[in-house]
Design a protein around this ligand. Structure first.
Ligand code: AMP
Length: 214
């Protein structure tokens, strides 16, 4: 099963993607996580990506597309994968479509996790991420057991630089301009399914599983 998670930044698509990857035993591919790992490891890609991410802007397609195309051709993707944060532009979606068409495949579902803008800024200012293993939390809805410490690996959890209110507003603007048109793009292919992302996380998950089956 090949799934795209659509939705505004902070809609909870990363959390859902991780849960779905676990349930369906397919890899969770997050371009944001890949960029953050590169930043942490000080790679050239990381240095370039950071300049855009810190401003709430998209990393250019030429730095993003090849990375994903290589990843989805790895062996662990043979039974499917979940794309989280990719595609984010129509050219990225076209690159994905062309790459899959080349191996006679296509995406099965684009799950749109729908959350109104007014909820997003609040949600993201409460979001915390582990500096080591990348686990995500929320100070109100998914708190860590010990304040500031990751339940999973014991490292520090922090507010991501790009989750600060000013950057979030820019990211939302970019989402509406460049990423939201993907909903119509995938509607034309009849693979969009919308879920209400304002519901509690477990209910959103159940709604998605009801769509995907098993
Ligand atoms: P995310 O963790 O998905 O919210 O991504 C964090 C940031 O990484 C975004 O605000 C972008 O700057 C960058 N990014 C992640 N995925 C992409 C993508 N598909 N295209 C361009 N930039 C991306």
């Amino acid at each position: 099963m090949k799934i795209i998670m659509l939705g505004a930044p902070g809609a909870g698509k990363g959390t859902q993607a991780k849960m779905l990857a676990d349930r369906y035993k397919i890899p969770h591919i997050s371009t944001g996580d890949i960029f953050r790992a590169n930043i942490k490891n000080g790679t050239e890609l990381g240095k370039k990506a950071k300049q855009y991410m810190d401003q709430g802007l998209l990393v250019p397609d030429e730095l993003t597309c090849d990375l994903v195309m290589d990843r989805i051709q790895q062996e662990d993707c043979a039974n499917g994968f979940i794309l989280d944060g990719f595609p984010r532009t129509i050219p990225q979606a076209e690159a994905l479509r062309a790459a899959l068409a080349g191996i006679d495949q296509k995406m099965d579902y684009a799950i749109d996790v729908d959350v109104p803008d007014e909820n997003i800024v609040n949600r993201m200012s409460g979001r915390r991420v582990c500096t080591d293993c990348g686990a995500t939390y929320h100070i109100v809805t998914i708190p860590t057991k010990a304040e500031g410490i990751c339940d999973r690996c014991g490292s520090a959890v922090v507010l991501r630089d790009d989750d600060k209110a000013e950057t979030v507003r820019k990211r939302l603007e970019v989402y509406h301009e460049q990423t939201r048109p993907l909903i119509d793009y995938y509607k034309e292919q009849d693979i969009v399914r919308t879920v209400d992302g304002t519901k509690p996380m477990e209910e959103v998950f159940a709604d998605i599983v009801a769509i995907l089956g098993q």
